[in-house]
Design a protein around this ligand. Structure first.
Ligand code: FAD
Length: 382
C-alpha cells in the first residue's frame, strides 16, 4: 500500500468511486481509496438502483439532472452496460393534502427543465394498468427516470479511476484520522499509516463513526431497509415504470424478468442490522397485493437488507467539514445516493481543485448547517 497520497478517500461505494474518478479525470491522480470491505459492497450494493429527477429542492433536482445525463451516456463513456431502463417513475398519491405539495414540486422541476407531469387517475391507469386506483387522488410521472445496476456502475467508475492512476485498497479499514495543529495529515489503517493533507469521508452509513475519528460530529445514522425480488410471473408487463405509493413508501419495478419491491418501515430503529425482518416482509407483500393484485401470483425469489444512511433533513453532507482543515465529506444521502453519484463526484472535484462549486449550488448541503440550525429538508423521500 502507498504511504503517501495527495488525497485519501475513505469508502469505495458509489460516492468514493465517483469522486476518485472525477478527481483523476481532472488531473489529481495520486489518490488512494480505502475500503474496509470491497468496492461497491456497502449500501450501494443493496440499493434498488432507482434514478429519478422528481425531488423537492433545486439542489437535488439539478444534481439529478446532471447525473441522469451521465447514466444515459455511461456505456459509451465507460464501456460498461449498466442495464439502464428509463421506464419512468410514477408516484401515487393517496393523501389529498399531498397534491398541493407535489404540484408545487412539479412546477419547480418543470421550471428547471425536468419532463415530469401531473397524472390524473385515468392517466395512471394507462401508464400502469396493474394498480388499484380507488383511493388515489393523482400522481406525478417522469418518463426519463428509471433504474440500473448499481454494482456495475460503481465498478465502472473504479476501473476508469484505476486506469488514470488511482489506487484502491480493499479490506483495509481506516481506524484513525491523524491531525496535527488543526490540519489533517493522514489516516491510520489496519495495515499501516498513510500521509495525506486531504481526507474525504465517503463511508455511507458508517460516516458518523469515521467522523468521530477526527473528533467531528457528522449526523448520519444507519436504518435497515429491505428489498425483495420475485420470480417471473404472469399479469404485469416488464414495461411498467418504478411505481411508488408515496404515503407508505411501497415501491416496485420490473427487474430480471420478475419484479423488485420494498416498503419503508418508518418504525425501524437506528442500527446496522442486515437481517431480513420476516414480519416486515409479510406486511410489505400484503400492501403490495392490495395495491397491485397481480402480485398474488408472484413467488418471492430472495430478499436482502441494507442500510439507509439518514441525516436529520434527509439530505447529504457535501463539502469541507471546517475543522480540522483538509477534511471533507460526501455522505448521508438518505436513501437516494446511488443516483446522485455522478454529480457529487463532479461537485467534489470542483470544490477540491477549483476551491468552489459552480455546476450546482451545493451550499444547502454544507456540513455546518446542522450546527447553524438551517436544515435543507427534502420532501420526496422514499
Ligand atoms: C434497500 C435499499 C434501497 C435503496 N434504493 C436506492 C435507490 O433506488 N436509488 C438510490 O439512489 N439509492 C438507493 N439507496 C441508497 C443508496 O444505496 C445509498 O444512498 C448510496 O449507495 C450511498 O453510497 P455511499 O458511497 O455513500 O455509501 P456506501 O455504498 O455504503 O459506501 C461506503 C463505503 O465505506 C466503507 N467504509 C465504511 N467505514 C469504513 C472505514 N472505517 N474504513 C474504510 N472503509 C469504510 C464501506 O465498506 C462502504 O463500502 C438504497 C439503499 C438501500 C439500503
Amino acid at each position: 500500500m502507498k504511504h503517501t497520497a495527495e488525497a485519501i478517500v475513505v469508502g469505495a461505494g458509489i460516492m468514493g468511486c465517483a469522486i476518485a474518478h472525477a478527481l483523476a479525470e481532472r488531473g489529481m491522480t495520486d489518490v488512494l481509496v480505502l475500503d474496509k470491505d470491497a468496492i461497491g459492497r456497502g449500501s450501494t450494493a443493496d440499493a434498488a438502483g432507482g434514478i429519478r429527477q422528481q425531488f423537492s429542492t433545486e439542489t437535488n433536482i439539478r444534481i439529478a439532472q446532471y447525473s441522469v445525463r451521465v447514466w444515459e451516456t455511461y456505456q459509451e463513456r465507460f464501456g460498461i452496460d449498466i442495464g439502464l431502463r428509463q421506464q419512468g417513475y410514477l408516484f401515487l398519491l393517496t393523501n389529498p393534502a399531498e397534491e398541493a405539495v407535489f404540484r408545487a414540486n412539479l412546477a419547480l422541476q418543470q421550471s428547471l427543465g425536468v419532463p415530469s407531469r401531473w397524472v390524473a387517475p385515468p392517466d395512471i391507469a394507462a401508464i400502469n394498468p396493474g394498480v388499484v386506483l380507488d383511493d388515489v387522488v393523482g400522481g406525478t410521472f417522469c418518463p426519463e427516470d428509471g433504474w440500473c445496476d448499481t454494482y456495475s456502475a460503481t465498478v465502472g467508475f473504479a476501473q476508469a479511476a484505476r486506469k488514470l492512476g488511482v489506487q484502491f485498497q480493499e479490506e483495509t479499514p481506516v481506524e484513525g484520522i491523524t491531525i496535527e495543529r488543526g490540519r489533517v495529515v493522514g489516516v491510520r489503517t489496519s495495515t499501516g499509516n498513510v500521509a495525506s493533507p486531504l481526507v474525504i469521508i465517503c463511508a455511507g452509513p458508517y460516516t458518523r463513526l469515521v467522523g468521530a475519528m477526527a473528533g467531528v460530529e457528522l449526523p448520519v445514522d444507519p436504518y435497515r431497509r429491505m428489498s425483495f425480488i420475485t420470480e417471473p410471473f404472469e399479469g404485469l408487463p416488464q414495461s411498467l415504470p418504478m411505481t411508488i405509493e408515496f404515503a407508505s413508501g411501497l415501491y416496485f419495478h420490473p427487474e430480471s424478468h420478475g419484479f423488485l419491491f420494498g416498503m419503508a418501515n418508518r418504525e425501524e430503529p437506528i442500527g446496522f442490522s442486515k437481517v431480513v425482518d420476516e414480519e416486515w416482509m409479510i406486511a410489505t407483500v400484503e400492501r403490495l397485493v392490495e395495491r397491485a393484485p397481480a402480485f398474488e401470483n408472484a413467488r418471492v425469489l430472495r430478499g436482502w437488507a441494507g442500510s439507509y444512511e439518514v441525516t436529520p433533513d434527509a439530505n447529504p453532507l457535501v463539502g469541507w467539514v471546517g475543522e480540522p482543515e483538509g477534511l471533507a465529506v460526501a455522505a448521508g444521502f438518505s436513501g437516494h445516493g446511488f443516483m446522485q453519484g455522478p454529480a457529487i463526484g463532479a461537485c467534489m472535484a470542483e470544490l477540491i481543485l477549483d476551491g468552489c462549486v459552480s455546476m450546482v449550488d451545493i451550499a444547502p448541503f454544507r456540513p455546518s448547517r446542522f450546527a447553524e440550525g438551517e436544515l435543507a429538508q427534502e420532501h420526496n423521500v422514499i
